[in-house]
Design a binder for this molecule. Structure first.
Ligand code: NAD
Length: 296
C-alpha cells in the first residue's frame, strides 16, 4: 500500500482521507485548522505541520481546498508542494477551482517534473463519506492511470475528461446545467401552483415527460414528491446554495475567458447571488424556489 499526503481535511477532504486509510494506505495529513488535524489523527492519519511536509516521501498527494487562491498558494507558493515534492510525485487536486488556476498549477507541476491531475468531484459530503463520489479528471493518460486506483477508493464513477484543466471544465459545465435546471423547476412548480395544479400532479406528469431532468427527478423543490429532495427537510442541504453560487460564478468566469455566450448561466448566477446575499447560502440550492415564489 502507498504512502499518500492529504492537504485540506475539511468537510470533503476529511472523509475522503479516511476512506484511503480504511483501504490500507498510510496517510500524512495537513490542514491550517487544528481541529481538522486532530480529527484526522483520531482517524489514523499522521498529522504533519506544513504542506511541504505532507508531500515528503509520498507517492501521491491529494488536495481538497476551498478555492483557486489556496490551491495556487499550497502548490506554487513559497514552501509549496511543487518545490518540496520528489520528482515524479503524482499531485491530485480535487478542489473545485477556476480553470485558469488549475491549468497554471498543472504547468508549474510539469515544469518541476511531477505528474498532475485536476480531479474535482460531485456527490457532496454524503458521497465523500460513502466513497461514492464522481471524479471528473483532467491530465495526461499516464497520470490518470496512476490516480485511478485512488479515485476508485474515494468514488464510484471516475471519468477521464481529457488534458490539463478539463476536469474543472466538466465540473463547471455540469453544475451550470444543474443550476439552470433547478431554477426552471422552481419556476414551473410555482407557476403550476398559482394556476391551481397540484405540484405532485405536475411531478407525476413532467417526471415522465419531456420536461423531466436530473434536478427534478432527484431534488424537485417541493415537498412530498421525491424522498431525496431537501424540500422534505426544510431545505437543509444537501448541496448548499453557497456551493451552487460558487460553481455558477466559476462557470461565468470561464465563459468570459473563453468568449462563450452563456446567457442562462449568467442569469442563474445572478439569481443565486441575490439568494445567497439575502442570507440563504446555508440552505439547499433547491430553496431558490422560495425567492421565485417571492417568499422573503
Ligand atoms: P471545507 O472548508 O470544509 O474544507 C477545506 C479545508 O481546507 C478546510 O479544513 C481548511 O482549513 C483547509 N485549508 C484552507 N486553506 C488551507 C491551506 N492553505 N493549507 C491547508 N489547508 C487549508 O470545504 P469542503 O466542503 O471540504 O470543500 C472543499 C472543496 O470541495 C471546495 O473546492 C468545494 O467547492 C468542493 N466541493 C465541495 C462539496 C460539498 O458538498 N461540500 C461538493 C463538491 C465539491
Amino acid at each position: 500500500m502507498a504512502e499518500i499526503g492529504f492537504i485540506g481535511l475539511g468537510n470533503m477532504g476529511g472523509p475522503m482521507a479516511r476512506n484511503l486509510v480504511a483501504a490500507g494506505h498510510k496517510l500524512r495529513g495537513f490542514d491550517v485548522v487544528p481541529a481538522a488535524v486532530e480529527a484526522a489523527r483520531e482517524a489514523g492519519i499522521e498529522p504533519v505541520g506544513s504542506a511541504a511536509e505532507a508531500v515528503q516521501g509520498v507517492e501521491a498527494l491529494v488536495t481538497m481546498l476551498p478555492a483557486g487562491q489556496q490551491v495556487r498558494e499550497v502548490y506554487a507558493g513559497g514552501g509549496g508542494v511543487i518545490a518540496a515534492a520528489a520528482p515524479g510525485t503524482l499531485l491530485i487536486d480535487s478542489s473545485t477551482i477556476d480553470v485558469g488556476s488549475a491549468r497554471a498549477v498543472h504547468e508549474a507541476a510539469a515544469a518541476a517534473g511531477h505528474a498532475m491531475l485536476d480531479a474535482p468531484v460531485s456527490g457532496g459530503v454524503a458521497g465523500a463519506a460513502a466513497g461514492t463520489l464522481t471524479f471528473m479528471v483532467g491530465g495526461a493518460e499516464a497520470a490518470f492511470a496512476r490516480g485511478k486506483p485512488l479515485f476508485e477508493i474515494m468514488g464510484r464513477n471516475v471519468v477521464h475528461a481529457g488534458g490539463a484543466g478539463n476536469g474543472q471544465v466538466a465540473k463547471v459545465c455540469n453544475n451550470m446545467i444543474l443550476g439552470i435546471s433547478m431554477i426552471a423547476c422552481a419556476e414551473a412548480f410555482t407557476l403550476a401552483d398559482k394556476l391551481g395544479l397540484d405540484p405532485k400532479t405536475l411531478f407525476a406528469i413532467s417526471s415522465k415527460a419531456s420536461g423531466s431532468c436530473w434536478a427534478m427527478l432527484n431534488h424537485a423543490p417541493v415537498p412530498g414528491v421525491v424522498e431525496t429532495s431537501a424540500a422534505d427537510r426544510d431545505f437543509q442541504p444537501g448541496f448548499a446554495a453557497a456551493m451552487m453560487h460558487k460553481d455558477l460564478k466559476l462557470s461565468q468566469e470561464a465563459a468570459g475567458q473563453a468568449g462563450a455566450a452563456t446567457p442562462l448561466g449568467a442569469e442563474a448566477a445572478a439569481l443565486y447571488t441575490l439568494f445567497v446575499n439575502a442570507g440563504n447560502g446555508e440552505l439547499d440550492y433547491a430553496a431558490i424556489i422560495k425567492m421565485i415564489r417571492g417568499e422573503g
